[in-house]
Design a protein around this ligand. Structure first.
Ligand SMILES: Nc1nc2c(c(=O)[nH]1)N[C@H]1C(S)=C(S)[C@@H](COP(=O)(O)OP(=O)(O)OC[C@H]3O[C@@H](n4cnc5c(=O)[nH]c(N)nc54)[C@H](O)[C@@H]3O)O[C@H]1N2
Ligand SMILES: Nc1nc2c(c(=O)[nH]1)N[C@H]1C(S)=C(S)[C@@H](COP(=O)(O)OP(=O)(O)OC[C@H]3O[C@@H](n4cnc5c(=O)[nH]c(N)nc54)[C@H](O)[C@@H]3O)O[C@H]1N2
Ligand code: SF4
Ligand SMILES: [Mo]
Length: 727
């Protein structure tokens, strides 16, 4: 008998509801859940492949131990015994920081990664912590921390109500959005125009999203911060600064004219490639629109001035009166929100080799290889990766591969033997997505509506296999239920002493009594929901398989501000200090790019791909190869390259050869390669992906190029040379 169940898609940030039909233990159909309160039936081609992922013969079902080149399936007890026998002596001999941790993107998309990774890091006691955040959104955390007092207090674009969307370095038609959770971005963009609103896209490529917009501006890569600074200056010159309701809750506005002096439309014209008249017009449009929102994402953040750009985005929203008001940039109120207290700082410690400051307890992943390869006290000798593929997603892949190979011991919690985990000694595979319950703790805190969904597992665990949270708890050195109790005890303690909490002043045992016999993340989630702003329980969510909708976002300032001053800080010192670096780039920059002068490389995403790990699903990789080097026809002519020809691409750190795709959708002087490819290396067990291998763009990303405030790598705007392959 076919059974229908509902599951939130865990693959990207859009959190679509899926309707899944299972017959005799096999998924027979996946389609969009039309009753879902948020996604209303929207689905993309990836969402319907969870069945293929589950059935993928290459997906690991049992722990693996590597001896030389050979992998052996072992029991879970054998795997954990091996880890204990090899990891503990390293820590005893070389200290806590000798064990490194790398946390990958899927951790954010699951309850286990969300709730059990921190206890793991705490149990290890290491400061050698790295994650995909420093090849992604760390600039937003840092600017939010400095401006609003907490790194997770991130404003999201209220795209359902805005009249004007200025979108930079984001391509939600392909990515379905990021730091702005909204199923069906494309439909919501159409709706903006449908109600007479305007969309302007700023991107060195005329993307699928740009095709949907009213206007597209070809910006020169890496110059978004300069352009945003000019927009702020021009709005100020127009005399249109109006923070509205927030005027009394804002500090530092008076410093901006002096700090940004001279950074105007004329000054950035040559550098950005955007004519001064256009910049002035956009500034005037932003100031005049009934509501408007500036939204920047990966192309703007994973760049040389990512934190400045992130800050200036919010400054622009604030001075045009659009921060924290409907149709502008707003702060979600998630059902699991906990009080945010900790004052924000960075640089509480530094990396050993190059003295990078930590941010959010992490070091820049661009420094991972050197921390492994450089001898001395505190050298990383063992590494644990959890749901990450740094060998494909972080800079200087060649250096990192050497580093991973040199480790004394490596454990990966992962479902594949891929470019990273092939270096591991032990791989611990969690169950497939369909075998786990799901709740988006992080993404619902970034959603453009206040919604909550919990979906239970669709399929049972394999016989005797632990759930992902149990694996992480065991790695943390504990018995899983005891680790859960430890997490709960901390949360209960915080709730009991918080006078805003419904549990304030109650007896701890009474509180845990409320949670019944649930185990693991569901037990913790139940507590988080009970103490959250809507006072829900997990049972409430189980009774609402299509989700609960708490409505559109509501203004939240000044309540959510956690800066020492209690104000929104428009001119935090570290950001002001970094403007000098931007000025220096302007002084030195503006030279033409392309041809003899060299090119700049940017990334891109495709709807049918997901970072590095969905290329083993046949229906997603079939068709035209997608890992191509996009080159403008004028550049191709000059270089003597035709569509499909191989071209050599060389940067300071590496070299690769990729097939050329000639397209006028890219700005002259710019070339683009997607990341996450390059699967044809020895030792990977990815039958389909190896046949559609592509090349690894992060061979070209430079481990010395990063945004100093956040430690985020520069993945967009990499100087490269492009040449015909000598025949
Ligand atoms: N040049 C360039 N580089 C980039 C980017 C770019 O735009 N350009 N984008 C960056 C961004 S935004 C990100 S987020 C990073 C991503 O960087 P990573 O997180 O390092 O890479 P992913 O490709 O997401 O790899 C996910 C890994 O988790 C495994 N996995 C999948 N599901 C699960 C699961 O449920 N449990 C476990 N345990 N493992 C699982 C997969 O097999 C894979 O090994 O890449 C970054 N790198
Ligand atoms: N299909 C699919 N969806 C995904 C993912 C995926 O791999 N595939 N990954 C997920 C993840 S982890 C993330 S973080 C999100 C990212 O989601 P987005 O932020 O939307 O990321 P991209 O689609 O890479 O779009 C970045 C855009 O920036 C442009 N760009 C490059 N350099 C510059 C620059 O200097 N200035 C400007 N203004 N633009 C520039 C690129 O041309 C590109 O179009 O997507 C998520 N969704
Ligand atoms: S858009 Fe994202 S969340 Fe929605 S179905 Fe596709 S991969 Fe899943
Ligand atoms: Mo990401």
């Amino acid at each position: 008998m076919p059974v229908t169940s509902y599951r939130t898609c865990p693959l990207c940030e859009a959190t679509c509801g899926l309707e899944i039909t299972v017959d005799d233990g096999r998924v027979t159909r996946i389609r969009g859940d039309r009753a879902d309160v948020f996604s209303k039936g929207f689905i993309c081609p990836k969402g319907s492949t969870l069945g293929e992922l589950h059935e993928d013969p290459d997906r690991l079902r049992r722990p693996q131990i590597r001896r030389g080149e050979t992998w052996t399936s072992v029991t879970w007890e054998e795997a954990f015994a091996e880890i204990e026998a090899r990891l503990l002596p390293i820590r005893e001999q070389h200290g806590r920081n000798s064990i490194g941790v790398y946390l990958g993107n899927p951790n954010v998309h699951g309850l286990a990664g969300t709730l059990y990774v921190r206890p793991l890091v705490k149990a290890l006691g290491t400061r050698s912590v790295f994650s995909a955040s420093t090849v992604d959104q760390m600039p937003k955390h840092v600017s939010s921390g400095l401006m609003f007092g907490h790194p997770l207090t991130i404003p999201v674009p209220d795209i359902d109500r805005t009249d004007y969307l200025l979108m930079m370095g984001a391509n939600p038609k392909a990515s379905n959005g990021s730091l702005a959770t909204a199923p069906d971005w494309p439909g919501r963009m159409e709706a903006i125009r449908g109600r007479g609103g305007r969309i302007v896209v700023v991107d060195p490529r005329r993307t699928e999203s740009a095709e949907m917009a009213d206007e597209h501006l070809f910006i020169r890569p890496g110059t978004d911060a300069a352009w945003l600074a000019a927009l702020v200056t021009e709005v100020m010159r127009l005399g249109k600064v109006d923070a509205g309701r927030l005027t009394d809750h804002t500090r530092g506005l008076d410093r901006l004219p002096e700090v940004l002096e001279g950074l105007d439309a004329d000054r950035v014209d040559r550098l950005t490639g955007i004519p001064a008249a256009t910049t002035r017009r956009i500034a005037a449009e932003l100031a005049a629109a009934p509501t408007a929102v500036v939204y920047g994402r990966l192309g703007t953040h994973a760049a040389a001035f990512g934190t400045l750009a992130s800050w200036l985005t919010d400054v622009l929203n604030l001075i045009t009166g659009n921060l924290d008001r409907p149709g502008g940039a707003m702060f979600p109120r998630a059902a699991t929100e906990t009080p945010r207290r900790r004052p924000f700082t960075t640089g509480r410690w530094h990396s050993r080799v190059r003295q990078h400051p930590e941010a959010l307890g992490e070091l820049p992943v661009a420094a991972l290889a050197e921390e492994i390869l450089t001898p001395g006290d505190g050298q990383i000798r063992a590494l644990i990766t959890v749901a990450g593929n740094p060998a494909r997603s972080t800079p200087d892949s060649e250096g990192l591969a050497r580093a991973l190979e040199s480790l004394e011991f490596m454990v990966s919690v992962d479902i594949y033997v891929n470019e990273t985990t092939r270096h591991a000694d032990v791989i611990l595979p969690g169950p497939s997505q369909l075998q786990r319950g799901h709740y988006d703790v992080f993404l619902s805190a970034l959603a453009i509506r206040n919604v909550a969904h919990y979906t239970p597992p669709v399929l049972p665990l394999d016989d005797g296999a632990p759930d992902e949270w149990e694996i992480l708890a065991r790695l943390a050195g504990g018995e899983p239920d005891a680790v859960t109790d430890g997490i709960l005890a901390e949360m209960v303690q915080a709730a009991l002493t918080d006078d805003m909490s419904p549990l304030h002043g109650r007896d701890p045992s009474e509180v845990t009594g409320l949670l019944g016999s649930r185990r693991g993340p569901e037990r913790i989630l139940d507590l988080m929901l009970r103490t959250g702003p809507y006072r829900l329980t997990l049972d409430d969510l189980l009774a609402a398989p299509h989700g609960l909708d708490h409505g559109p976002l509501v203004p939240r300032l000044p309540d959510v501000l956690r800066t020492p001053s209690g104000m929104a800080e428009l001119a935090p010192e570290p950001l002001i200090a970094d403007v000098a670096r931007l000025e220096a780039a302007l002084d030195g920059g503006g030279a033409p790019v392309g041809g003899e002068a060299g090119f700049v490389l940017v990334g891109r995403r495709h709807l049918r791909s997901n970072n590095s790990w969905m290329h083993n699903v046949k229906v997603l990789v079939k068709g035209k190869p997608r890992c191509t080097l996009q080159v403008h026809p004028d550049d191709a002519d000059r270089l003597g390259l035709a569509d499909g020809d191989p071209a050599d691409v060389t940067s300071r750190t590496g070299k690769l050869t990729a097939p050329v795709e000639v397209t006028d959708s890219i700005r002259p002087g710019v070339v683009s390669l997607p990341h996450g490819w390059g699967h044809n290396v020895p030792g990977v067990v990815l039958a389909v992906a190896s046949e559609h291998a592509g090349v690894n763009s992060n061979l070209l990303a430079d481990e010395e190029a990063f945004d100093p405030l956040s430690g985020n790598a520069v993945l967009n705007g990499i100087p490269v040379q492009v040449n015909r392959v000598a025949s």
